[in-house]
Write a protein that binds this ligand. Structure first.
Ligand SMILES: *Cc1c(COP(=O)(O)O)cnc(C)c1O
Length: 390
């Protein structure tokens, strides 16, 4: 196993000197998943790899390196801060800041050659002032709200955007984008088609005004899969790159190809304490569980501070030796108790799979927690070292 990891709390330690709880990240799975997406969209469409929120918990810099070397032509982050981390790590690809930037961040955006998604006209003016002061040209993508209702300029404001771009000689408009709100929902197909239509008519207005748009993009994972018309010339997958598809793809939809992506994260720990207790033994805070038979009870060094959500108390499962073992009692901050009575030969030191191959998928974990797979991988906390394998 490669000892390189980026557990933020434990960066100064070799991984052999940390407790045995970690998120194993498979570089080959991420590389494979990017390849599967590129094969699906074909040669006319490029990929922006979305690596916001620490690459959905998989490790920002290392994920960016994998995707850069595997053929992504853009990286997407939420915050300029994340873009700066990538630049400081030597990443050269263009980086889009999906959430734009906040007042007083125009300096770092321009200095680090980040491309913000611009959702307000005053942001264009701020970029212009900053770029002019430095005697350079900043790049921006214009974000149009076609139905997400979150960020983006109204399509009705396009005239004013074009005017402002005409005035801003130090800002280069390199792309037009929007974000699909419901591309994972077959029942909202008409809504999505309306978003795509509105985007296309907006792009035509840019064309007619003589603003040539190098990049046109609309689609996250679900959109690029279910709506080929939404691919523009650039797609913005996040989830699929990490092998998360169960919550967003609808294989039931007619004629949609499956896409072979693999989970890139295994959140694992080990049995660190094992005992046999008699029937009627209370377990954990509040004695919310009592054994109904003589039981083999294992304690694992991972709790809600690590991302083992407390809502899984007496409901979640882990994988041990390929068998599912229930969490019993309340999940506590640093420890979780598991009933391994049904696991043959369960032993001290056995690997325990909290999420990933060999245990519950992120989707299964999420279903019990009332969430989605994205929140599960993002929720593996900074205390857990990321260990990159293969
Ligand atoms: C997060 C995000 C994406 C990626 O979404 P997935 O569903 O993870 O593929 C794409 N575009 C924007 C604007 C986003 O915020």
């Amino acid at each position: 196993m490669d000892p390189v990891h980026c557990g933020r709390m434990t960066e100064c330690l070799p991984v052999t000197a940390t407790r045995p709880t970690r998120a194993e990240i498979s570089r080959s799975a991420m590389r494979h998943n990017l390849g599967a997406i590129r094969a699906l969209v074909g040669p006319g469409v490029d990929v922006m790899a979305i690596v916001k929120a620490d690459a959905y918990g998989h490790g920002l810099v290392e994920a960016a390196r994998v995707f850069s070397s595997a053929g992504a032509v853009w990286l997407g982050v939420a915050l300029p801060e994340e873009g700066v981390v990538l630049r400081e790590a030597g990443i050269k690809l263009p980086i889009l800041c999906l959430g734009g930037f906040w007042d007083a961040q125009e300096g770092i955006v321009v200095e680090h050659r980040l491309t913000p998604a611009v959702s307000r006209l005053d942001q264009l003016e701020r970029l212009e002032t900053e770029a002019r002061r430095r005697g350079i040209t900043a790049t921006a993508h214009i974000k149009i709200d076609t139905g997400m209702g979150r960020l983006g300029l109204a399509a009705a404001d396009v005239g004013r955007v074009l005017e402002a771009l005409g005035r801003c000689s130090n800002v280069h408009c390199d792309g037009l984008m929007t974000h699909l709100a419901s591309s994972d929902t077959p029942a909202l197909e008409e809504f999505t088609n309306g978003q795509i239509d509105m985007f296309e008519s907006t792009a035509e207005r840019f064309d007619r005004a003589g603003v040539s748009l190098r990049w046109r993009h609309l689609a996250p994972s679900a959109g690029l899969h279910a709506h080929p018309r939404a691919r523009g010339n650039l797609v913005r997958p996040g989830a699929l790159l990490y092998g998360l598809k169960g919550d967003i793809l609808s294989p039931a939809r007619d004629g949609l190809p499956d896409i072979d992506v693999r989970p890139a994260m295994r959140f694992v720990s080990r049995i660190e304490h094992l005992k046999t207790v008699p029937e009627g033994t209370p377990l954990g805070y509040g004695c919310t569980f009592r054994t109904s038979r003589e039981s083999r009870i294992a304690t694992i060094p991972a709790g809600y501070a690590d991302g083992v959500r407390r809502v899984l108390s007496n409901r979640g499962e882990v994988g041990v030796r390929g068998v599912r073992a229930p969490m019993v009692g309340r999940v506590s901050m640093d420890l979780t108790i598991v009933d391994v009575t049904e696991v043959d030969d369960a032993s001290l030191g056995d690997e325990v799979v909290i999420v990933g191959p060999g245990g519950p998928s992120a989707e299964e974990f999420a279903a019990v927690a009332g969430s989605i797979s994205y929140e599960v991988t993002c929720g593996v906390s900074a205390r857990v070292p990321r260990v990159f394998v293969d």
